[in-house]
Design a protein around this ligand. Structure first.
Ligand code: TXA
Ligand code: MG
Length: 319
């Protein structure tokens, strides 16, 4: 299959109606989209990404009526949807049987969001089905924040990449689930726990996920570059890795030296800009023949929490 990149909405619509896959821009990362109601299209998504069949997909819809068509939304979830969507937030809700089991990998819950990108919202207006879309990267690698990133990872496996420019948030959506008297946060992202509490009055609890195994080799990493990445105090890490060709990821401090190349994610120390640059920078470093990536611990506030989460998951784990 020949993969092309362009801005032709009609071409994207025609491919999706024919149960083919199209990579779509969102404000978070690019998604690999197919008709969420078609088993044929959804199985192509799993195949193209080499994604394990037990890992469910997010439904992308155009409005709140559509959320109600595919899920049972409680009052707090509807408030979150009304105020924060379209936006970088995904709701995990009880699924209606309008959604095929393959899309949710057999789960009776469905993850659903309204992406905030004009091209993709226009696309959703022109089709009468929701789009299932995981991030448009081969399973396990860094999520794509530009059309070229998608092409680099999935060339030959999908027909078309709808180019909506670089994404504006740059990290995957926050995933949350209202549990009656509290909210469970399954993935940190562009919307913070504090924002959810302010909006609903509900306490936010984090899902206890073993992100970093105690013993190397226990768990496969996610969002991971090929170059080994270590996180912590930069001066100390530089000592430990002396003699190697080092790439550093920092917020704004420049650690450059003879064998050390520093990539500041935001020279003015802006965490949103840093979040936006993280994945593209990891990809650039991966192409640059470095032996090791050393990453700073970012401030644990706002989207800094999501930056730290992604860097933690990108850490070097023996596979
Ligand atoms: O920002 C985003 O959410 C991007 C853009 C493309 O929308 N999508 C994205 O999809 O990050 P993906 O598949 O890479 O990550 C979705 C996560 C996965 O960890 C998946 O296991 C979880 O959401 N998920 C999806 N449906 C679920 C369900 N029914 N129950 C539990 N977890 C679910
Ligand atoms: Mg993903």
């Amino acid at each position: 299959m020949i993969t092309t990149i362009g801005t032709d909405l009609q071409k994207a619509v025609a491919l999706l109606i024919a149960n083919e896959l199209v990579a779509i821009p969102t404000e978070t990362v690019y998604g690999l989209a197919g008709n969420a109601l078609s088993e044929v299209a959804v199985s192509k998504i799993y195949a193209a990404k080499n994604r394990p069949s037990f890992n469910p997909l997010i439904l992308h819809v155009k409005n709140i009526d559509e959320i109600n068509r595919y899920a049972e939304a409680d009052i707090h979830s509807l408030i979150i949807a009304k105020v924060l969507m379209p936006g970088p937030i995904t709701l995990l809700l009880p699924k209606k049987n309008t959604v095929p089991d393959i899309t949710t990998a057999g789960s009776n819950k469905v993850a659903i969001r309204i992406p905030n990108h004009p091209l993709t919202l226009a696309l959703l207006e022109q089709i009468n089905f929701p789009l299932a879309a995981p991030s448009a990267n081969p399973s396990g690698y860094i999520s794509p924040t530009s059309a070229n990133h998608v092409y680099d990872g999935l060339e030959g496996k999908i027909g078309y990449v709808l180019d909506g420019g670089p994404t504006s948030v740059g990290l995957e959506s926050t995933i949350c689930e209202v549990m009656g008297d509290h909210i469970l946060l399954h993935r940190v992202g562009g919307i913070s726990a504090a924002q959810l509490t302010d909006l609903t009055g509900l306490e936010v609890k984090y899902t206890a996920l073993p992100t970093i195994p105690q013993t190397p080799g226990q768990l496969k990493s996610h969002y991971a570059p090929n170059t080994p990445l270590f996180r912590g105090n930069i001066e100390q890490l530089i000592q430990e890795h002396q003699g190697k060709k080092i790439a550093i990821i920092s917020l704004s401090k420049d650690f450059s030296d003879d064998n050390v190349n520093c990539f500041c994610l935001s020279s003015k120390g802006d965490l949103s800009e840093a979040a936006n640059q993280l994945f593209a920078t990891l990809r650039k470093i991966d192409l640059g023949n470095y032996e090791v990536i050393l990453a700073e611990v970012f401030p644990e506030s706002g989207i800094g929490i999501a930056i730290n989460d992604r860097i933690e998951r990108a850490q070097y784990i023996l596979k």
